[in-house]
Design a protein around this ligand. Sequence first.
Ligand code: UD1
Ligand code: UDP
Length: 410
Amino acid sequence: MRVVCAVGARPNFMKVKPVLDALDRRGAEVVLVHTGQHYDAAMSDVFFADLGLRRPDYYLAVGSGSHAVQTGRVMMAFEPLVTRLRPDVVVVVGDVNSTLACALVAAKSGARLAHVEAGLRSGDWSMPEEINRVLTDRVSDYLFAPSEDAVANLRAEGCAGDRVFLVGNVMVDTLLANLSRAERSRILETLGLRRRGYGVVTLHRSSNVDTAEALGPLLRAVDQVAELCPLVLPAHPRLADRLAGMNWTGQVRIIPAVGYLDFLALEASARLVLTDSGGVQEETTVLGVPCLTLRTSTERPITITAGTNQLVGTDPERIVLAARLAMAVPVTERRPPLWDGRAGDRIAAELMAAELKAAALAAAEVRSGEVRSGKVRSGGQETRPRQRDPGGARSGPGTSRPRRPAPRPG
Ligand code: UD1
Ligand code: UDP
């Protein structure tokens, strides 16, 4: 079984690692493709080194651009590769532009498509990631959901039950696998921080950082929080660009984006985290660190109902008040079901079992068709090559696997 795993942006690397390893262990032929959506050493290379993720087999070098440009470039570069590699399955992770672009290509290629982190919904259509999530799920054959609420979202959208698998959270696999390594990070000493004596901030959502009207009040709010507790902010390049343009100086200590092990070390020992990141909401839940999400919606409500997260919005007064309370009241450590470090294994097991079943069904269908039409001798040998499917049309949600055999070029 040949599987192409596609990644492109920072959080994708953490999500793919446990899936790739589990597929490798089961003997699948795995091809790793990096679209190059993120390309700086601090946004890409450092994660390969920190996670022990093997070098990508193909690097598409698409770089930055508007949504259409970036998505289009990934599609144009990924399509000929998929045509050449003829994978049985393409695996995409998360909700970034590379996820959707590779999903669209895979869906029309005849390969089956698996989405890891399926079913998350913020309900906010102004978020580019929400569009990426919904469309990717709509064209996927295998939907690997991290939590029950994600499964419920998929069911509510009419996805057939046999496409949906509740597997747990791959980000948590990576976190648990690396926590003891992160404990050896020197970042606290380097920054002069004391365990539980500081807070961490991350901001990179376009709705929060792209305009001065949105970013200004948020920065003023975190600055007030920094008067209560020292704050360190590793800046994503989107934010770093904006800060450079604003000449902003304040109480918050701004440093360049850090690698995974250093960031995990910062998160794990923090007294408080303020963020608009998706992955950070999940990680703080597992680490038992209070998290304030500076957004008006979240696609990860499980981190609120079964974790340490609070959705506090973007109003500065509310943020400061929530920070005061969060630092005063200890959190109870809770973890959503199946966030246990074994999601990658479950995904690989389900994927390989489903693929084997689909292959056996397809072979049985071909055999019975050939027997009926007299194309097979009594010994069962083919008398002429199998017809390729000319159309390759896909089954929709509500229909079940297997899809028809892929149209293979050449
Ligand atoms: C993307 C995802 C977002 C995810 C985030 C993870 C989409 C629509 N957004 O947002 O969901 O949470 O990644 O970090 O896919 N840049 C660099 N160096 C890099 C990469 C980017 O300088 O290596 C700068 C460029 O100026 C670029 C900007 O960051 O224009 C934004 O990058 P982009 O990949 O378009 O979106 P992100 O904000 O990173
Ligand atoms: N992260 C990191 N360095 C940083 C900030 C975040 O390694 O300076 C990690 C973090 O631990 C998590 C992931 O990046 O695993 C989250 O990515 P990001 O916030 O960029 O994207 P999102 O999860 O919002 O899509």
